[in-house]
Design a protein around this ligand. Sequence first.
Ligand SMILES: Cc1cc2nc3c(=O)[nH]c(=O)nc-3n(C[C@H](O)[C@H](O)[C@H](O)COP(=O)(O)OP(=O)(O)OC[C@H]3O[C@@H](n4cnc5c(N)ncnc54)[C@H](O)[C@@H]3O)c2cc1C
Length: 569
Amino acid sequence: MITRSHDVVIVGGGLAGLRAAVGLCEKYDVALFSKVHPIRSHSIAAQGGINAALGNNPDSADDSWEKHAFDTIKGSDYLADQDAVEIMCREAPGIVYEMEHWGCPFSRFSDGSIAQRPFGGAGYPRTCYSADLTGHVLLNTLFEKAVSLGVKIYPEWHVTALAVDENACHGVAAFDLMNGELVSVDAKATLFATGGYGRVYFYSTNALINTGSGIGMAYKAGVPLKDMEFVQFHPTGLIGTNILMTEACRGEGGYLINSQGERFMQKYAPKAMELAPRDIVSRSIQTEINAGRCFEHPLGSYIRLDLMHLGEKKILEKLPGIRDICIDFIGIDPIREPIPIMPCQHYSMGGIDTDVTAATGVQGFFAAGECACVSVHGGNRLGGNSLLETIVFGKIAARSIDKYLSAVSVSPKKDMCVRTVEAVRAKIEHFLAGGKEKTFQLHGELARVMSKHVGIFRTLSGAEAALDEIEALRERYRNAGISSPSMHMNYELMNAIELEYMFDVALSIARGALLREESRGAHSRTDFPKRDDEKWLKHSIARISGDGHPDISLRDVTITRYKPMERTY
Ligand SMILES: Cc1cc2nc3c(=O)[nH]c(=O)nc-3n(C[C@H](O)[C@H](O)[C@H](O)COP(=O)(O)OP(=O)(O)OC[C@H]3O[C@@H](n4cnc5c(N)ncnc54)[C@H](O)[C@@H]3O)c2cc1C
């Protein structure tokens, strides 16, 4: 068996993984694994921007990190841990200037300062951006930095399992796609920065690679997951394609219009209008659609996102990518026509349970970025706060891994990693033996079940149906096989391995949605329409039980200075 050893293994080449690698590689032998080339990570797709209270916009001169923290906590429907939010918002300006100094080309105001635009749920225009390509410029800047500092990158290596024994992590099992080989990789510390699980849903703005397999791997290895029922649905996905129409469309002044010609947000959030937080805007759009005040398209019912009044100059300057996408994918030019949109899955508020140092309960195992739940977003994330979280907590993870490795002498159990690889090999042989179920079909069915039953609005019977249907699919999965025996670049094989983890993610979302008998943030139970702080101002913690099902317990939310209040916009 091929084996490799590194001081630190980072899984994920998005913003969180790269930022952590940059912080560690001058002192340690750091290896970064990514199932695609790092530049193809989902971070590249981020359009709208990154939040920091710089106060550059003339309307935000008295902005502060405390106000950013307040908006974030209110946006989270008070489920975010306030100590974690304070860290993120305090660090934000430093992070943005650090990225600027490393060469990130932000858009500018005429005085040369970094430009900032309004975003949903924010009291001030504090979202720093680079036209509608913010993720692109941030990711390229960090990738260049990581390469220049000599991070050892393993592109197109698929991590397939986490090696945990007696509550300590020893490394991972990885599959080298190009050479078709399973490799045992041991490490003194392992960081997961594997991103979100959007593809557990049918309608999602996420890249096809966002399967959540890292979250499932951690869970399978005994690491708890936090707040999995909180799934963000973005208000504006382009009809039929699920491609994101950035919140910056509304930040720059776009309107949402129903079939009666109304700016209907007037009814739901009279002050913030289109710039209310995403959970509220998505629910409002879905309510309009359910009531029939919508337009019809062969691909579904929709609402209009109208940018025409912004004028050609502003659209070309601030939202050029959005215009191109509309023209290329559905033949509509937003300068002259409204954009047909519908809400779709966008972001994972829940994830691997970590503390504010990115540590998990398992020794030597850390997580950061969208796969982790610190939690800074609670029940609903504000736009622009995720790019911020990835870089802040990627940086903190590096510090915390350094502290861990400096304090204890760790010798990972190589035999444990080898055993983990053997278990993956057995799974591969099972798929090669060729059961009749096809994993792409099972995945498609799973995603439809999730979009149907655990979407924007949830009910007891919907969550129960989801659990039953996921279980039935998981049963069929036992009989899954693959059609090509080749070990080289065999994505069907990788998908087959990942699907098992997607079932775990789906079950923990549905189970959390069933248990949480209240409506908070993005979790909206029509049979329990009110927030219930007495019973449910709690994080849900899902642990794998003996029979593989999630056991859920509750944990108090950390409140520092912002008392839970009614949330109006
Ligand atoms: C279309 C879109 C637009 C967005 N716009 C914004 C925005 O404007 N502002 C904002 O704040 N947020 C935005 N977000 C959210 C934000 O972009 C993401 O939350 C963030 O970039 C996630 O970064 P990450 O580093 O955690 O993970 P990702 O960038 O998703 O990277 C995950 C990495 O993990 C690797 N990986 C995963 N599983 C494995 C495995 N099993 N083996 C090996 N490698 C693996 C992948 O190859 C990848 O390199 C947007 C999201 C989307 C989908």
